[in-house]
Design a protein around this ligand. Structure first.
Ligand code: SAH
Length: 282
């Protein structure tokens, strides 16, 4: 195995998640760190099940099965990778810049009885510790928005993907123009979560192409995901505040919690699903 050089941004993101590892015990999303998917406003599915539903939608898009080898870039606590392995029989390797997440994810794989098929390791998406064309599929679930350069991160994902293999991801994009007045408010929230500025929906296919991939599908799922997640998470967090606060350092918790009178909803930000293929020939 080759080793990974971790970028300065990666170091900071890793430190952030290391400090938040205690949140796992109070997680409202289960072993996931991504939004849920709801079929309608009336859909009362809980946060964890809705998060699993989004994972399942992404699994379908990879079109893999037993015998496939999948890379999970930005694996979090490993919930999605374990679910993918269980439902498809594929082998999965996950990477994260948080050592504590990697440790937790390996424990969860062990507890789920899939540690022979699912492994997690420390590594940076910008310099993946894997050989060219060594995976049948790659996914990036709600992780690319924390990477310092989207196109470079996608090009690195394309490098390790075999020709003909698929990539599926979720990302934030600017759905409504951000006004000059709102920009500092939004930037402040994104910076607290170490998230880069949102992508552009219109130019997403061109960005994938520049990275050596061909976009096969681009979906705006904002109404079914973030819009509902932020509201439901806000309600659930308000009820769980004390428990959450006891799990992480108060200084870190302050960053996550809405400030007095702050509205964390950002209607300007949309949520997209993109699927792409690495062409058979360059
Ligand atoms: N995909 C997981 C976690 C999403 S949270 C899930 O859906 O549950 C974002 C994840 O991306 C975290 O695990 C974080 O450590 C990882 N990440 C962010 N920047 C990264 C980078 N440069 N290299 C590797 N992982 C990164």
């Amino acid at each position: 195995m080759t080793s990974s050089n971790v970028s300065a941004v990666g170091e900071r993101v890793g430190e952030f998640y290391d400090q938040l590892v205690g949140m796992f015990d109070a997680s409202l999303y289960g072993p996931n760190i991504h939004v849920g998917y709801w079929n309608s406003q009336e859909d009362t599915t809980n946060l964890e099940e809705a998060a699993d539903r989004l994972t399942d939608m992404m699994v379908e898009r990879l079109r893999i099965g037993a015998g496939s080898r999948v890379l999970d870039i930005g694996c979090g606590f490993g919930g999605p990778a374990i679910r993918l392995a269980r439902t498809t029989g594929a082998e999965v390797v996950g990477v994260s810049v948080s050592r504590k997440q990697v440790e937790k994810a390996n424990e969860l794989a062990e507890a789920a009885g899939v540690s022979g098929k699912v492994t997690f390791q420390y590594g940076d998406a910008m310099d993946l510790p894997f050989d060219d064309a060594s995976f049948d599929a790659v996914w990036m679930l709600e992780s690319v928005m924390q990477m310092p350069d989207r196109t470079a991160a996608l090009a690195e994902a394309a490098r390790v993907l075999r020709p003909g293999g698929r990539l599926a991801l979720t990302d934030n994009y600017e759905r409504e123009a951000i006004s000059e007045e709102r920009r500092p408010v939004i930037e402040n929230i994104l910076q607290r979560y170490l998230t880069q500025p949102p992508a552009s929906f219109e130019t997403y296919p061109a960005m994938l192409r520049e990275a050596g991939l061909r976009c096969t599908e681009l979906l705006d799922v904002s109404e079914s995901t973030t819009k509902q997640s932020v509201r439901r998470l806000g309600e659930a967090m308000a009820q769980n505040m004390e428990q959450l606060a006891s799990k992480v350092d108060p200084e870190v918790f302050k960053k996550l919690k809405p400030a007095e009178g702050e509205n964390m909803e950002m209607p300007e930000l949309g949520y997209l699903i993109a699927t792409a293929r690495r062409p058979e020939t360059a």
